[in-house]
Write a protein that binds this ligand. Structure first.
Ligand SMILES: C[S@@+](CC[C@H](N)C(=O)[O-])C[C@H]1O[C@@H](n2cnc3c(N)ncnc32)[C@H](O)[C@@H]1O
Length: 225
């Protein structure tokens, strides 16, 4: 019973109209496929942009989000100068803890120190190494990707820190027992809360303080009696 109806349907659509239908339905699938493809490409571009953005900016943002927040704020030329003034007459190994773009380490290396920097941000470490190479200082300016809280500071004759007020107490405790005899520490921008500085240079945000290990040892002994 259904056959005549089928036949009548078939005959109702002319061959020319069928071709058009095919063309229309074919191009419709193509259009849908190419739309899906372009959506995937857009999604891919968004994902790649996000990953690239996070890979580059993440190391700069995360130090500010840690429990002890220490963001990248480079020392001003005056701060670098004040640090170097306090180190006048000193020689040997030097460590900048949280070395940023390496400006203090590179200046110290130029002035004859065997200078190292530890820094958490990989981009800053790579940039510092690049600058050291360009300046021909690679042999006495070295940069390591390392957490300052897990760094042994006892091999160094000179330790530099441009920290934050919040971290100076904890750092003071770490350094109190972990400094080599005769060594010194220079703090820029924020002084240590309990240590007595032997000298200071500059003022305001550019101020730097010099501490000597012998004086800190005395302080440690007094604290324990
Ligand atoms: C205030 S900036 C000082 C940069 C450099 N010393 C200067 O004076 O130009 C502090 C640096 O410490 C780095 N930093 C933060 N937390 C750290 C950690 N736990 N270990 C090593 N470096 C850290 C930051 O990425 C930033 O570059």
């Amino acid at each position: 019973m259904a056959a005549p109806l089928e036949k009548s349907r078939e005959s109702a659509v002319s061959p020319a109209a069928c071709e058009i239908c095919e063309q229309i339905s074919g191009s419709g699938v193509d259009a849908l496929e190419s739309k899906a493809k372009s959506e995937k490409v857009i999604l891919g571009i968004f994902a790649a942009t996000f990953v690239t953005f996070y890979a580059i900016s993440g190391p700069f943002i995360t130090p500010g989000l840690r429990r002890i927040c220490l963001p990248f704020v480079p020392a001003t030329p005056k701060q670098v100068q004040n640090v170097m003034t306090l180190l006048r007459g000193r020689r040997g190994s030097l460590l900048d803890i949280g070395s940023g773009d390496g400006r203090i380490v590179l200046e110290a290396a130029k002035q004859g120190f065997q200078a190292n920097g530890v820094e958490l941000n990989l981009w800053l470490v790579l940039f510092s190494r690049f600058k050291a190479k360009r300046l021909g200082l690679s042999s006495n300016a070295k940069f390591f990707r390392k957490n300052l809280w897990k760094t042994d500071m006892s091999p160094y004759a000179n330790v530099i820190v441009f920290g934050t007020e919040q971290m100076m107490g904890k750092l003071e405790e770490k350094l109190q027992s972990g400094l080599k005899p005769g060594s010194c520490v220079v703090a820029c921008r924020f002084p240590f809360p309990n240590w007595p500085p032997v000298k200071t240079e500059g003022e305001g945000v550019d101020q730097a303080w010099l501490y000597q290990q012998e004086k800190l040892n005395d302080l440690g002994k007094k604290k324990h009696h």
